[in-house]
Design a protein around this ligand. Structure first.
Ligand SMILES: [Zn+2]
Length: 442
């Protein structure tokens, strides 16, 4: 077997792995590169394989950096079949239609159209559940396991030619409110492992919830706003769930909470269809007909006019996308609140190199937003325990269960990759940090 690292090699975005077996060619994810301009330019470069030759496209989950280039793949000749879980199919629909609309608004260099996105959604004809195995032909099988990352996310075990390969996809953090913990992988001859937080340790969720509570209470007391740049999938729903509990137990004062993201609103509707998949106690809460996605403080602002009116409010909580502040309505709220010392910006997810979110987190004294220079005077917070990604401890523990013959580290920035490689080497494993477009024989 031959494996080509067509993306997410040396970086966290653009996940794409091309596996050639004797009879079948498989692509695991086909994600968009995001962040630094020198990365984003890769979205327009020719694929390092022929899309027409790919028989199967396995989609581990619905984040854009794992599926964002699927419409381009289809446009450039992919004729094969797509496999993913049922929730991932629903999520893919929302994410790809949104991405295609953004692409169509680009003045030049649009990667694909809404029509391409619709075509690509038709390709996902094989829908699987956790634990299910799919015959890919010529003795090759793919089995899907719960990655505990976001709703519907999987890691994939591919067997064939006497070998077992495990692609981690994105691995979840443990103890999350709305997704189960990741299950352990089987013994693997080769492990392709994500490394997003390979150099970090997350605090327990309870500590992070308490930190969020404190920031909210203090900010509201000072008359400022709490702006939470949030990813539409999972993180937004988790933040809503946590705010619901904080309010239910009266641990935060009465205030308005705006969910100012049409995409996150659509995503939340998908989550409402799958509440039976939530771990306890979330599942129970939804069964009781209490709705953490629709409680008295919460307001969904769908129209642009409703979004603009938020600026007239003070002492409110605003959840808006995009999560890394690279676009979307959060930009308006940042422009309004960054100069205000009484306001707080709370980051609850990964901020890739080159994004506005990363610049603010790294302490930039001023940033450029929508063409104007904005001084950063607001309180800046990073709440790590809400991360959707496993930290070093979970990654190492998980990898040790795979007891891999070979390990390839992907989906990480150089520091995280290096730190995780060193830890795994301490345990006696030979580790290779994959390079972009590198091909290895397995
Ligand atoms: Zn992800």
């Amino acid at each position: 077997m031959r494996l080509t690292f067509a993306g997410a090699a040396g970086t966290v975005t653009g996940s794409c792995f091309f596996l050639e077996t004797k009879g079948t060619k498989i692509l695991v994810d086909c994600g968009m590169f995001q962040g630094l301009p020198e990365l984003e330019v890769r979205n327009t470069e020719p694929f390092s394989f022929d899309p027409a030759q790919v028989d199967w496209l396995i989609l581990t989950h619905g984040h854009l950096d794992h599926l964002g280039l699927v419409p381009r793949l289809v446009r450039e000749g992919f004729q094969g079949r797509g496999i993913c879980t049922v929730p991932t199919r629903d999520i893919a629909q929302v994410m790809l239609m949104d991405a295609a609309r953004i692409q169509e608004e680009e003045e030049e260099g649009a990667l694909y159209t809404v029509e391409d996105a619709l075509d690509s959604l038709d390709r996902f004809s094989v829908l699987v559940e956790y634990g299910e195995e799919v015959e890919l032909g010529r003795g090759i099988t793919a089995k899907f396991h719960d990655a505990g990352h976001i709703l519907g996310a999987t890691f994939v075990e591919i067997k064939g030619e006497g070998k077992t390969l495990v692609f981690s996809g994105d691995l979840g953090n443990r103890g999350k409110p709305l997704v189960e913990d990741p299950v352990y992988p089987p013994k693997a001859d080769a492990l392709i492992l994500e490394s997003t937080y390979g150099d970090r340790f997350h605090p327990p969720l309870a500590d992070s919830v308490e930190e969020l509570r404190r920031v909210i209470v203090e900010t509201l007391r000072n008359g400022g706003n709490v702006v939470i740049p949030s990813f539409a999938l999972e993180r937004t729903q988790e933040v809503l769930y946590i705010l619901f509990w904080l309010w239910k137990e009266r641990k935060i004062p009465r205030t308005k909470i705006f969910l100012d993201s049409p995409l996150a609103t659509q995503a939340t509707k998908i989550f409402e269809r799958y509440t039976e998949r939530f771990p306890e106690p979330a599942r129970k809460i939804f069964r009781k007909k209490e709705d953490p996605f629709d409680f008295e403080l919460l307001e969904y602002t769908l129209s642009k006019a409703a979004s603009k009116k938020i600026a007239e409010e003070d002492g409110v909580i605003i959840i808006a996308g995009s999560g890394m502040c690279t676009g979307g309505r959060v930009l308006y709220h940042l422009r309004a609140n960054l100069p205000r010392p009484e306001s707080s910006i709370v980051f609850v997810g990964y901020q890739a190199e080159g994004t506005l979110g990363r610049a603010i987190l790294d302490g930039a004294p001023e940033v450029e937003i929508l063409g104007s220079l904005v001084p950063v005077r607001a309180g800046i917070w990073r709440i790590e325990g809400l991360s959707a990604h496993a930290d070093q401890e979970v990654l190492v523990d998980w990898a040790l269960h795979a007891d891999p013959g070979q390990t390839f580290l992907v989906h990480g920035e150089p520091r995280a990759l290096g730190a995780l490689a060193a830890r795994l080497a301490d345990h006696g494993y030979s580790v290779h940090i994959a390079a972009w477009r590198e091909t290895v024989e397995l």
